[in-house]
Design a protein around this ligand. Sequence first.
Ligand SMILES: [Zn+2]
Length: 212
Amino acid sequence: MAVLDRFQDPGYVNWLKAGQALLCTAEGIYDFCEGPIKQYHRKLHEKFPWKRCRDNCGDKKLCGVCTHRRREWRKDILTQFIPPSTPCWKNVKVDMWETNYWEIAKVFMGPGQDTTTAPSVTDPKGLLQLVINCMLFSNCVSRMESFQTVKQKRNEVFHSADFKLSYTELDDYINDMTTLLQDPTQLLKDDKAKEAIRVLQQVTHAQRSGIK
Ligand SMILES: [Zn+2]
């Protein structure tokens, strides 16, 4: 098959649509992911205040006060993990902890998220891992299994050998994403989640009416 013929292949087009639908789902949970982490970041500041020290410490050399504070933040963050998930400290720029709440979120994600600075520049997999691994989201979600399902299917789709999906597979995947976005505890009332569902419905409708 010539390379450009791939774009005429419905299976490949479905695979591309699945990627787009996943991005759209991620956009739908930006605000949802931000809320509990921002709140927790404020709480950490209250518990272990981040005052400027006399030594004006950087990232490499730290005075006793800064070392102690970082240790306290770290210890507290570790209490927020849902077993068996484990922290990925490599993702985190500790010297940014004071100012950027997202540097806390990244420790709950798998490796490779070190350059992201906000939900909007984090890949969908990272956002799903955050919700699944972090205890702060336990009370914000009724159906955690829907996050697990979308994450698992995301892995299957993106590791596929031929980059193809059948119409039924795409339909199922979009249904799973819609279920996630309609989680009754918070997402059902979330404007970004509602907008994402609207876009997913357009993809489904286009597919069912034969628009390629
Ligand atoms: Zn210091």
